[in-house]
Design a protein around this ligand. Structure first.
Ligand code: FMN
Length: 517
């Protein structure tokens, strides 16, 4: 203290500031060699880097208009935040969208809406919308599964998400009757909070892995036996943000907990190869699906982003020939999210959802296979009107990843790949994730799902239907290029979806497989 007082009396405060600035200038001009801007404009050159670093936040708060931002604009985010908090999620004065814009979608309302009869399940619960199809029914799996919610949490691993975020999501799906896809990182204790789980694995086989990095059927069987929360298994072929891209999990990130869950060694780099070791051809994939289903009794599905169709055609032909095949297919759009991916992949590899889904659905439709398969869609579909479009095209369920993250507080900082997520959701930093109030955030996810289903059902009723599975491609129109004006999806994409066998919501409610019971 005495030392500081002496210094302060020798020189006034501004002189110390001046000395600091001179030192920075000397550093900028003579010592650092990396930045030309700092060398040429000492001191003020630093401002450029600082302003650049806070640019996204400044644009988001002050500059970008309500509909401008990507991946999710302010209106979309606001709708999720308000829905999750059960706040007023309406807008006043009318739409601010240019409804004549290319690709704008319209759902055709009925002259008179569907009237809910007395005693109907939706009279008691206006957000009860289970899946109209049962996973594993066609293939006679021992434990078929009818998802009790048409909206669910998409694959996101513990590792890419924090423990607190995974826990909040699992409790949230339990509260809203949905399921929780584990993502590639294995089944963690945070996934076991009571919600239904779809166990997902990719080329790293985390959680079901032999020491040399191959798939272990023994571990798969044991995992399913010990965890009745697992209702189905999903084999990841690819995801929209980075199809065919492998990855490395650096040893520094592999803690004891992560190593235990993923079945890898502490502190040692782990490779997720670009391709699977357990199969290389479509018949081998089909064989693995059947083996896993036989061993576990569970429905088995695949997830893929769509590009070329030849191998999908081969799969469909084989399904036709053998009478077997995946129980569900998750189609991810090229606009899909990720914890980390190179921009060249995220921006350009694989088709956007509407193009990818419509082309792959047709492959199965042409062979009359659609009723065997539960089609799940993901890729910014977590909004009721978009979900209506997806159902009209043939989707039976929607998976949401980033929308689920937003419902528990994600602010779209887009730094998932840096371990510095400010909301504690996509980070392993203990300090940052300690800010997550798990019970509160689980309520938020549950409320988002309930509001989503209620609003989706209201759109369904407005269109004259009892359940979203009844939407057809003629019920939705899309603005095509100017000379085509506005045409139905059936016209634009050249097919109509196959009719889903549906007798009434009551039958779905009475189903003994509802929620995998
Ligand atoms: C943080 C994060 C982690 C993800 N991890 C996986 C994964 O492990 N496996 C996978 O197939 N997809 C993964 N995805 C992709 C999502 O499951 C989903 O398919 C995609 O984001 C599209 O859904 P959305 O538009 O609702 O986010 C991840 C996405 C995010 C944002």
């Amino acid at each position: 203290m005495a030392y500081q007082i002496v210094l302060a009396t020798i020189l006034p405060w501004w002189a110390w500031m001046l000395i600091a600035l001179v030192l920075i200038a000397i550093w900028d001009i003579f010592i650092q060699k990396k930045h030309t801007i700092k060398h040429n404009y000492p001191i003020v050159g630093h401002l450029r880097y600082w302003l650049e670093s806070i640019g996204p936040e400044m644009r988001q708060y002050f500059v970008a208009n309500n509909r401008e931002e990507l991946p999710f604009n302010r209106i979309e985010r606001g709708w999720i935040y308000a829905s999750a908090k059960k706040e007023n999620n309406y807008e006043g004065f009318g739409t601010d969208r240019d409804i004549y814009a290319h690709q704008h979608v319209f759902i055709k309302n009925s002259m008179m809406a569907y009237k809910i009869p007395q005693g109907h399940p939706n009279e008691l619960d206006p957000s009860f919308v289970p899946c109209a199809k049962v996973m594993g029914a066609f293939n006679n799996r021992r434990k078929p599964y009818r998802p009790a919610s048409i909206v669910n949490v998409s694959a996101m691993s513990f590792g890419s998400l924090s423990a607190a975020a995974v826990e909040a999501m699992n409790i949230g799906v339990k509260k809203s009757g949905a399921y929780h896809n584990t993502g590639e990182g294995g089944l963690s204790p945070y996934h076991k909070q009571g919600g239904d789980v779809i166990f997902h694995f990719g080329t790293g086989y985390f959680g079901v892995r032999t020491p040399d990095g191959n798939f272990s059927m023994e571990k798969m069987r044991k995992l399913v036996d010990e965890n009745p929360c697992i209702k189905a298994i999903e084999i990841k072929l690819s995801q929209g943000a980075k199809p065919g891209k492998g990855g490395v999990l650096p040893g520094a990130k592999i803690t004891h907990e992560l190593a235990e869950i993923r079945g890898v060694e502490v502190g040692k780099d782990v490779l997720s190869p670009a391709t699977h070791k357990a199969f290389s051809t479509v018949p081998e994939l089909m064989a693995l699906i059947e083996q896993i289903a036989d061993e576990t009794g569970l429905p088995v599905g695949i997830k893929g982003a769509i590009g070329k169709l030849d191998q999908w055609e081969e799969l469909a032909n084989l399904m036709l020939k053998t009478g077997k095949g995946p129980d569900f297919i998750t189609v991810d759009g090229g606009e899909g999210g990720t914890g980390a991916a190179p921009p060249s992949f995220a921006d350009h590899v694989s088709l956007p959802w509407v193009y990818g889904f419509s082309s792959v659905y047709r492959v199965f439709l042409e062979r009359q296979l659609t009723n065997r398969i539960v089609f799940i869609g993901s890729g910014k579909l977590g909004f009721p009107a978009k979900a209506a479009m997806a159902f009209a095209m043939g989707a039976d369920c929607i998976n949401v990843a980033r929308e689920a993250m937003m419902s528990i507080g994600c602010i779209q900082a887009q730094v998932c790949h840096t371990n510095r997520c400010p909301t504690g959701i996509a980070t392993q930093n203990k300090w940052l994730q300690n800010g997550i109030n798990v019970p509160l955030k689980s309520d938020r996810l549950a409320q988002y799902f309930k509001t989503f289903r209620k609003e989706f059902l209201e759109i369904t009723h407005a269109s004259g239907y009892e359940h979203p599975c009844q939407f057809t491609m003629d019920d939705v129109q899309v603005n095509l290029d100017d000379n085509e004006l506005n045409k139905s999806l059936a016209y634009a994409y050249g097919y109509n979806k196959a009719k889903v066998a549906f007798k009434g919501v009551q039958e779905l409610k009475d189903c003994s497989y509802l929620g995998g019971k």
